[in-house]
Design a protein around this ligand. Structure first.
Ligand SMILES: NC(=O)c1ccc[n+]([C@@H]2O[C@H](COP(=O)([O-])OP(=O)(O)OC[C@H]3O[C@@H](n4cnc5c(N)ncnc54)[C@H](OP(=O)(O)O)[C@@H]3O)[C@@H](O)[C@H]2O)c1
Length: 344
């Protein structure tokens, strides 16, 4: 059965509707904000025939530093199972920038969770979609829902448009009929990247430099100025996004890849009354810890888009856990345009 191939919980049965679930996501706000883990469930009969699992292979670190130097593969004993524990086999997990920044060491082959920290997702979505669902698409979904009320025909502008978050923004916005102006850094294979983002539904793909050119006004003859700007970069890039917002529009900062502060032009505040906001999906999950409906609604919406072929996983490179050095190195390289996914 597909669900068993996807993943196996090795210890006990969860009372969940098997027809609608085949994998579960860890939602604990206390776990890494940057790592989504795909797991599946199985029945007691399966677990009784499988070997007892008492250990997990994990990538861990004991000091800060260059991730590929300080992270090592270790075998760790799993904790004893308690009444509401679920022992979960983990199949795939992305390396996100937040993991690189913190080196949180949450990549492992199996783990024990409280059943209250797990939510199900349908078993017909791909491993890559499920493994990447909990962070980037959720971030994109929230930013498109919680700051401006967007309707078909509106426009969103974003930088780092080829990031995992950016690709989810493009697809979720396109499904709503919302135009996206997608800003990327120049690179030798720009046309290839532009074609890929356009195929996902990007309305425009432009280079950072274009933000400062008068030609950008041509875009606003075709679609309205953006109500919402999404900033994953900071520095000059963020300031340029702000300049193109419509009066009263909002810029949401969710990342700072350029490691430079955001400067807000005085004129944007006085004459355009723009709103400058921030978003952190981990905080959203904490705030909504007891609001199962909000999380369920978001995951259902995202999984429906995935099922309809409207939301694909970001461009990925699957790397075996043993090759984690290579994956960590690649995750830190610029212009790579491919999310590194550790496959357990
Ligand atoms: N606040 C939240 O809740 C939340 C949630 C998820 C992610 N994030 C943050 O969002 C950002 C993107 O995450 P992700 O997982 O989507 O990333 P990702 O898929 O790994 O992509 C990284 C992106 O950053 C761009 N980039 C790297 N260095 C840059 C620089 N110096 N200047 C401009 N762009 C640069 C890359 O562009 P090139 O291809 O040009 O290198 C690429 O578009 C990160 O800062 C992450 O921590 C925040």
């Amino acid at each position: 059965m597909e669900v068993w191939r996807l993943a196996r919980v090795l210890s006990r049965t969860l009372c969940l509707n098997k027809s609608t679930c085949g994998a579960v996501l860890v939602t604990s706000p206390f776990l890494s904000g940057g790592t989504t883990v795909l797991q599946g469930i199985t029945s007691r009969s399966y677990s009784s025939t499988g070997p007892a699992v008492t250990e997990s292979t994990a990538l861990v670190y004991r000091r800060h530093g260059d991730p590929s130097q300080v992270v090592q593969l270790e075998t760790r004993k799993l904790p004893e199972l308690e009444a509401k524990s679920v022992l979960v086999k983990i199949l795939a997990s992305p390396i996100n920038p937040a993991d690189i920044n913190m080196i949180q060491g949450t990549w492992r082959t199996a783990s024990v969770f409280n059943e209250g920290d797990l939510v199900t997702v349908p078993n017909d979505i791909s491993v890559l979609s499920a493994a990447t669902l909990g962070v980037n698409p959720c971030t994109a979904f929230r930013m498109l829902s919680d700051f401006e009320s967007l309707v078909a025909g509106d426009t969103v502008i974003q930088n780092a448009a080829n990031s995992g978050v950016g690709q989810a923004v493009i697809q979720i916005a396109a499904a709503k009929g919302v135009h996206t102006i997608n800003v990327v850094r120049d690179r030798p294979d720009l046309q290839q990247l532009t074609d890929r983002l356009s195929a996902m539904g990007a309305t425009y793909v432009i280079k950072e430099e274009m933000l400062r050119k008068p030609e950008i006004k041509d875009i606003f003859k075709v679609c309205p100025r953006p109500k919402l700007a999404l900033n994953g970069v900071g520095g000059k890039s963020a300031t340029e996004l702000l300049r193109h917002l419509q009066t009263g529009g909002t810029m949401v900062t969710y990342g700072g890849m350029a490691k430079q502060p955001v400067t807000v032009p005085v004129s944007a505040l006085i004459f355009k009354d723009v709103k400058v906001r921030g978003f952190w999906v981990t905080q959203w999950k904490r705030d909504n810890k007891h609001n199962d409906e909000a999380l369920r609604f978001m995951l259902d919406e995202l999984c429906t888009l995935i099922g309809a072929g409207k939301l694909s996983a970001p461009s990925c490179t699957e790397v075996g856990m043993k090759d984690f050095h290579k994956a960590l190195d690649n995750a830190m390289k610029p212009y790579i345009s491919s999310k590194q996914i550790l496959v357990m």
